[in-house]
Design a protein around this ligand. Sequence first.
Ligand SMILES: Cc1cc2nc3c(=O)[nH]c(=O)nc-3n(C[C@H](O)[C@H](O)[C@H](O)COP(=O)(O)OP(=O)(O)OC[C@H]3O[C@@H](n4cnc5c(N)ncnc54)[C@H](O)[C@@H]3O)c2cc1C
Length: 411
Amino acid sequence: MKSNCQLLIIGAGAAGIGAAHAAKRAGIDYLVVEASHRVGGRGLTEELAPGIPWDLGCHWLHSGGINPLAPVADELGIHYDKELPSRGFYMNNQRLPETRVAEYDKYCLDIWNNVKQSEANGEDIALSELIDLNSEWAPYYTYWESLMTSEDVDQFSALDLARYEDTDENWPVRDGYGTLLSRHAESIHVELNTAVKCIDWSGAGVSVETNRGTIHAEHVVITVSTSVLGSRDIEFKPALPLSTQEAIEALPLGCYNNFAMLYEEEWPFDPDTPDRIDYSNGDDINFAFKLRCSGWPYIYCAVAGRQARWLERQPAEESKNLMMTALTDIFGSDFKKKIVKFRSSAWGDDPLVKGAFSASKPGQANQRKVLGVPVGERLFFAGEAASEKAFCTAHGAWQSGADAVMKSIKM
Ligand SMILES: Cc1cc2nc3c(=O)[nH]c(=O)nc-3n(C[C@H](O)[C@H](O)[C@H](O)COP(=O)(O)OP(=O)(O)OC[C@H]3O[C@@H](n4cnc5c(N)ncnc54)[C@H](O)[C@@H]3O)c2cc1C
């Protein structure tokens, strides 16, 4: 491993990969160091069964039409789906008629109008303050919104949500988003198993101490998660400016985990069963199930916020039982026999990530901008938390990495 470079990039997740490609395009002498044995960070695809990929982390190309990773996927021959799945809403064991689904959609629209009005009023308050929590739709809605930021609605800023650039195109990556990121990283150089311990920016340039030796660089792009930074796993000499420290504290990762349930038969449901089911028992059991994930024979769902945190600490059987309660309600008690494998992610437990994605605390939506302000003209923070319009996403992370390199060129 070389000990000198113009630009050192810390972390080989989406942001580090985006930064490395930008540096390569600009002809900069760069080096990427990654603590893990693999690239991709929160993008990770495994096989649920031979030839059946499933994503433990990112899966959807959000805002597909403007997502810079969609053309990358095209170039690499990675497949993704653009069609909208058919959808049904079940309350307990009843599929709701279209008129009732329209009532739910109206409830969501009213909240969105509240969010935009709150933004226009210059407020930065928790989303929960803009919701009728007594409505029969609130349990499902609050579950669904927790999936957006990996936190519960009382824990994140509605203003932050209002700023997210959403084209309403969410394209699942059939071959796996993790596969897309790792294939994209094949054309950059990454030093794996190289963990940064200390970043000394006291002198000219930066000295970065790793478990494999010290690297000297003019500029450093730091892409590790805000929860890794907040845990002080990396020491900064001198300490970071207070404004950067406050931005890190204001943008902690929430919890969000993916689940996959493999079924043996081709399609063990009635032919007219929708591809996506929104389920609510009107109380504490709420799930969005995708019954056929990109054509693969498994059910996908996710949980976030406090529920995800709690479930992650329980045996996997607890999550499975909860999901089976809902699926049994919809498909009958024999259904559970059709599930032959159950898998889940556990991102809160991953020491190199420590959560899912960054939720801006109420009152703190402007901190994403602050995190992106260069420190001492040589430290550049990137990663999903530093994206102002595509935070919480892989493409936002990728773009923030590329933008950080452009900032470093100007210094
Ligand atoms: C369950 C789940 C589902 C998601 N679904 C979607 C989705 O469908 N679509 C979407 O766009 N986004 C989704 N996301 C979010 C998306 O995955 C992330 O926003 C994005 O991947 C973050 O990339 P990053 O580069 O900012 O950070 P990371 O991916 O966390 O990369 C940081 C890297 O730094 C490394 N590192 C940590 N400490 C050190 C150290 N000391 N030294 C060196 N290296 C270190 C880590 O190992 C890691 O590889 C999901 C996330 C989760 C958890």
